[in-house]
Design a protein around this ligand. Structure first.
Ligand code: BGC
Length: 744
């Protein structure tokens, strides 16, 4: 196995050394827990070591390693782990501990990081790496060897209950940030588990009779090959090839027929053969269906054999023995799975270091809290700032109304990414503290609309904080704020109505959204300011306060389109697309997901993908495109200039328009480069973006590979998918750019 780490080629032996070195003080070879068995020789390859180990195990011991051994940790209590394998003490095979997840560690309390959507909004690779590193560090200090994350599934519909766990609607953005997150996490000596492979894009829609149509356990995602390869797989491919993720979680859903965890196409052909994946595949909780088809497809380990979502069959010793006795599987299949699991663990130095101790008193809680705040600030998106209502100036305010019960509570997504925060300061508390003693901060929960309007009316400005509710298990019934939201503080809030009433009462109304992903904003024309803070985790309060008062520039841009109407969504066209009919969902919008759909159909969004304002102004100048000397590719560069009077963050974005064909619809623009650039007033920086062959490729189904079509490619420098600052053309593959193709 050869790996790519930090831009250099590393052998597997070197990876082991890195893993050992990174495992912390005292974790050197010889201090591990492998013992003196033949497979403990670290000069051998992980594959060879795994073979020696598996040969030494009895058939029953091998069977025992196929499944997890503890059902209790899934509850998330302190001192437990989401998944546990007790190993084989006879041969010093150590216990193996796994935890959720993408936005923090789920055992007792932990740092509740901002949602993945918030990180995505930062468009910042370095921050993604830092975030992964912090989760990895905390996971390790809580005694875990592997983290069930990141979630790199695409946001196909913003109704998805797990929208907050995703990096939005663009595969390039998702891939770039996912890779960095994985690198950060794995540099801590913790294995990443990229999930949920693949096309797991909905929880299902609850119908009035309380059945769920298109439920994640059963739904069959019917996706054509090109769409899969261009939209739903690239982020997994990057996670495996570039991020070197040590493991993959197969998903609950079916994909073009078989369940993902039973799909040879997915696990053998695509993941292992096409991408060269050398790690192990584990099943989502209850996603394993039959021992025989699972092992044949290449599913190696089931952490949670205590529940099957479909009257299936778990990898429990009893079920595996029965399958063996009935001749449905042979010992060779079991051995191959255990070898892959062990080889994956050996490659990460798991046997060659001491066990990680579960003692989170060693977590730098203050440091992690500060980093969480930085990420939340970088992910906050300023969507509207009419008459520069923001930032607020405490010196010029006598009074400030803070409205909405959501300002006074911890807002988070539900399910396996719900983290119990170490500490939490509410937006109300943080705003009050930041405003200082000179400002009369008046709070109203908004339960009584009249009363809330009165409180807002008398104040110099009004901040309305409103959240939605989203979580694992079921999708949001609609995109309005109150859809699916539980009653709060004993009263059922009417959030959209509340915003309208406050806006009518106070001309200087600012809305702070804490949502999983895109929502409808029917009141957007009647308020002056809108800040999307997402589910910002435990740092929500301080981050929101600092953004509102301008202590920091809101660094975020939208990783997903905010539609004007729900009917404008590509998935709203008919129920075959969403939520499906008889549990079959047709991805017939093809590659036209998110902004690709809005652009191609010329539908105006409320706020486009990539959009977000700053407290300063930026100019993008002097766009240049240079073809790379060898192979297909281009270097795009431009100047970014802060033309305003404050320090701020720009996010220059590069989009490519590929030439289409009669049988190949192309979105007008696709994101292929981005950077987050913070500049002082008057400062200027030349930024460049390397566009590789894949940036210009489409998936050719006949040839079963990515190809560059001959033609004229349009290259855009932009501040959002709809706000283009410069354009150029580039002829590739022997194609030409005529006068009519001037980059429009
Ligand atoms: C989720 C996974 C999670 C697992 C363990 C499942 O329901 O889909 O993302 O890692 O539970 O909590």
């Amino acid at each position: 196995m050869r790996g790519r780490l930090a831009g250099r080629r590393w052998s597997s032996a070197a990876l082991v050394v890195v893993a050992i070195a990174l495992a912390g003080p005292g974790a050197a070879q010889g201090k591990g827990r492998c013992g003196t068995h033949p497979w403990c020789d670290t000069s051998l390859s992980p594959a060879r070591r795994a073979t020696l180990l598996v040969d030494a195990l009895t058939p029953n011991e091998r069977i025992g390693l196929l499944a997890g051994d503890d059902a209790t940790g899934v509850g998330g209590a302190a001192g437990t782990h989401t998944g546990v394998s007790t190993g084989v003490p006879r041969l010093d095979v150590p216990s193996f501990f796994q935890t959720d997840g993408p936005v923090g560690v789920r055992s007792g309390s932990a740092t509740a990081f901002p949602s993945s959507m918030s990180l995505a909004a930062s468009f910042d690779r370095r921050l993604a790496r830092r975030y992964g590193g912090l989760v990895g560090n905390e996971a390790k200090l809580k005694g875990n060897d592997l983290v069930f994350g990141p979630t790199v599934n695409l946001l196909r519909t913003p109704l998805w209950g797990r929208a907050f766990e995703t990096y939005g609607e663009d595969p390039f953005l998702t891939a770039r940030l996912g890779v960095e997150w994985i690198r950060g996490l794995q540099a801590q000596g913790v294995i990443a588990n990229v999930k949920h492979f693949a096309a797991n894009n909905q929880e299902g829609k609850e119908l009035p009779i309380r059945v769920v149509e298109g439920a994640r356990y059963m739904v069959d995602a019917r996706v054509d090959e090109r769409t899969l390869r261009e939209m739903y797989l690239p982020q997994f491919e990057a996670a495996v090839k570039e991020g070197r993720a040590g493991s993959v979680m197969c998903s609950y859903n079916r994909l073009n027929g078989p369940h993902a965890c039973e799909s040879r196409t997915l696990l053998e052909r695509i993941l292992r053969r096409d991408w060269g994946f050398k790690g192990f595949v584990l099943a989502d909780y209850g996603a394993s269906k039959r021992v025989s088809t699972g092992l044949r497809a290449g599913l190696d380990y089931e952490p949670y054999p205590f529940f099957d979502s479909d009257n299936g069959e778990n990898y429990t010793p009893t079920a595996v023995q029965a399958a063996l006795a009935a001749g449905r599987i042979d010992q060779g299949l079991i051995d191959a799975a255990v070898r892959r699991l062990m080889s994956g663990l050996l490659a990460f130095g798991f046997f060659d270091r001491p066990a990680y101790v579960d003692d989170d008193s060693r977590v730098d809680k203050a440091g992690h809290a500060k980093a969480a705040r930085t990420i939340a600030e970088a992910g906050a998106v300023l969507l509207k700032n009419k008459k520069s209502v923001l930032p607020l100036d405490a010196k010029r305010l006598d009074s400030l109304a803070v409205i909405g019960a959501d300002a006074d509570r911890f807002v988070n997504g539900g399910g396996s990414s719900r983290i119990e925060p170490y500490t939490f300061t509410s937006p109300l508390k943080a705003i009050t503290a930041r405003a200082g003693g000179g400002v009369d901060v008046r709070f109203d929960s908004g339960a009584d609309l009249e009363r809330a309007a009165k409180v807002a009316e008398g104040a110099d400005a009004a901040v309305v904080v409103v959240a939605d509710a989203a979580g694992e298990g079921v999708d949001k019934p609609c995109l309005k704020l109150d859809c699916g939201a539980p009653p709060i503080a004993g009263a059922s809030l009417k959030r959209d109505e509340l915003v309208k009433r406050v806006a009518a009462a106070n001309p200087r109304t600012i809305v702070v959204l804490e949502t999983a992903g895109p929502v409808l904003t029917p009141w957007r024309n009647s308020v002056r300011g809108i800040v999307e803070a997402w589910y910002a985790g435990q740092a929500a309060g301080p981050a929101i306060a600092r953004v509102l008062f301008g202590d920091v520039d809101p660094g975020g841009r939208l990783p997903a389109t905010f539609p004007r109407r729900e009917a404008d969504l590509p998935t709203a066209v008919n129920e075959k697309r969403y939520p499906g009919v008889n549990n079959v969902v047709r991805y017939s919008e093809g590659v036209l997901v998110g902004y690709r759909w809005f652009d191609r159909r010329k539908i105006s969004p409320a706020f486009p993908f990539g959009a977000g304002l700053s407290y300063t102004r930026f100019a993008f100048r002097d766009l240049r495109v240079r073809r790379t000397r060898e192979g297909v590719g281009a270097k795009v560069s431009a100047d970014v200039v802060n033309t305003g009077s404050r320090t701020g963050t720009a996010v220059p974005q590069v989009y490519v328009g590929l030439p289409g064909a009669a049988d190949r619809i192309q979105p007008p623009r696709q994101l292929k480069g981005f950077q987050s650039v913070t500049l002082k007033p008057g400062a200027e920086r030349r930024v460049s973006f390397q566009l590789d062959e894949r940036a210009f490729s489409y998936w050719n189904t006949d040839r079963n590979r990515y190809l560059v079509a001959p033609g004229c490619y349009r290259i855009y420098l932009a501040s959002s998918s709809r706000d283009i600052a410069g354009r150029k053309t580039l002829a590739l593959g022997g194609g030409r750019c005529g006068a009519s193709s001037s980059g429009r």
